[in-house]
Design a protein around this ligand. Structure first.
Ligand SMILES: Cc1cc2nc3c(=O)[nH]c(=O)nc-3n(C[C@H](O)[C@H](O)[C@H](O)COP(=O)(O)OP(=O)(O)OC[C@H]3O[C@@H](n4cnc5c(N)ncnc54)[C@H](O)[C@@H]3O)c2cc1C
Length: 431
């Protein structure tokens, strides 16, 4: 049996490894347009490759996928994060789990991850065909015909595993070609949108705080406008303090034009299909004390104000939040950060507490072109979650980001590529 894997990214190489490990006699080809495998894997995690998560409870892991969680259940049970961890270690890559539960190679070098496949394919019966850009895929009577750029005769195979990825970071080769191939084989593609991106804000003052990072905050977005689910990035706690509203919780950073970082990426993922424009901005409020009630924050302010009445209000507040952020919070509350603390009335302290529990920003755009993943993809109703085989076109298997699955940052997107890729590879040689 001849199986062609179109796209040698994370899902494609794992599908090839799984197909070989399941049936070493199968003839497996990887067609990759680049001159190397896994270009995106190599740049992932800033070159360190956050290849999966250290979380072990599958339900918790699945809660990190705003889209595709139900579909992923079977693949995830078959190849959960701990199995991914064990698989890479057994193939010679020692791993580590960091404080925030992200998993990296001990070496901090993403190349080690791709070297596993390079070495495996050298000895295994997997033929890696680089610089092979697929231009068309057709169903034939017995299998599939694959047309390649600058090649006259099509390649004939029995089965196809389509792993061309999404269309984020197009310079890595993932340009969305696979959507056209899937469509030509009868599949529907859902609406596509960038996900996991930084946000630009209407408030220009953010530039003054560029580079300042906050370890833990809850970001809420306007509930009437966005129907989003609450997600807590690292903890298993429910929505944060000002509950009842929609929130994500985790670290974030101010940038020259807005906000970025894990909590912002998660929020951007939840509102991936929302329009963000200067005339229709997304209202975000930032709770700097997600684990404290408003009354407790007010008590804290009052304690500091009365303890240091001669200091400036900005300085006094700087004892509660980062020094660089304190003056901005005072200004947002309509107070002068240079005024002396003694002049701060109870009413003003209340305003300040409210601002600390809900600094309002307006997101007017996503940082274009630097999103990490594409939300949307091949309609999951048309794919069998137990095998990854198409329900529309027998012999076609799909895996990875081409599917309508996307997760938060933290190793969840690669985890889903490994899990669906593995299942597709195993199924393609078994069914
Ligand atoms: C900057 C960045 C950092 C990231 N960091 C992380 C991280 O640390 N952890 C994490 O979990 N996720 C991360 N992600 C997301 C993750 O890398 C992707 O979700 C994952 O690589 C998707 O795997 P895939 O195999 O489906 O697609 P891809 O890895 O995109 O692979 C698709 C492959 O198909 C090839 N291809 C496409 N069209 C054709 C064609 N016509 N002919 C031949 N070949 C073709 C492409 O060249 C590519 O090699 C990051 C993404 C980016 C952009």
């Amino acid at each position: 049996m001849k199986i062609a894997i179109i796209g040698g990214g994370a899902a494609g190489v794992m599908a090839a490894a799984a197909a070989y490990e399941t049936d070493p006699s199968a003839e497996i080809l990887i067609l990759e347009r680049n001159d190397l495998l896994g270009k995106k894997v190599l740049i992932s995690g800033g070159g360190r490759c956050n290849l999966t998560t250290g979380l072990r409870d599958i339900r918790t892991v699945l809660s990190r996928y705003p889209r595709g969680d139900k579909f992923l259940t079977k693949a995830m049970h078959k190849f959960p994060p701990e199995a991914v961890y064990a698989w890479f270690e057994s193939h010679g890559v020692p791993l580590k789990i960091e404080k925030d539960m992200r998993v990296f190679p001990m070496s901090n070098n993403g190349e080690d991850v791709m070297n596993v496949f390079k070495n495996l394919f050298k000895t295994a019966g997997v033929r890696v065909m680089l610089k092979k850009q697929v231009t068309e895929v057709r169903k034939t009577k017995d299998g599939f015909a694959i047309s390649l750029k600058n090649q006259d005769s099509p390649l004939l195979v029995d089965k196809i595993i389509l792993t061309t990825g999404g269309q984020a970071y197009r310079q890595t080769g993932s340009t969305g070609d696979g959507y056209t191939f899937a469509q030509s084989l009868g599949h529907a593609i859902t609406a596509l949108a960038p996900s996991l991106s930084a946000l630009f804000t209407q408030e220009k003052w953010v530039a003054d705080l560029a580079g300042v990072s906050v370890e833990n905050a809850a970001l809420h977005c306007h509930p009437e406008r966005n129907e989003v689910k609450s997600k807590d990035l690292y903890n298993q706690k429910g929505p944060s303090a000002s509950s009842g509203r929609q929130a994500v919780q985790g670290p974030f950073i101010f940038t020259h034009k807005g906000i970025s970082g894990p909590a912002v990426f998660a929020l951007s993922s939840l509102v991936a299909f929302e329009q963000l424009t200067p005339t229709n901005p997304l209202t975000i409020s930032i709770d700097f004390f997600p684990d404290r009630k408003l009354a407790e924050v007010l008590e804290g302010i009052w304690f500091h104000v009365t303890k240091y009445p001669k200091k400036s209000l900005g300085k006094v507040i700087g004892a509660m939040v980062l020094k660089s952020i304190a003056p901005r919070l005072c200004l947002a509350a309509g107070l002068n950060p240079d005024s002396i603390a003694a002049d701060c009335s109870k009413k003003n302290a209340e305003r300040l507490a409210q601002t600390m529990k809900g600094l309002v920003l307006h997101a007017v755009a996503r940082a274009a072109g630097d999103e990490f993943v594409t939300a949307g993809g091949v309609d999951l109703k048309e794919v069998d979650p137990s095998t990854m085989q198409s329900k529309i076109c027998p012999g076609l298997y799909l895996a990875g980001e081409i599917l309508d699955i996307d997760g938060f940052t933290g190793g969840f997107n690669l985890q889903s590529a490994w899990a669906t890729g593995r299942l597709a590879g195993e199924s393609a040689v078994s069914i």
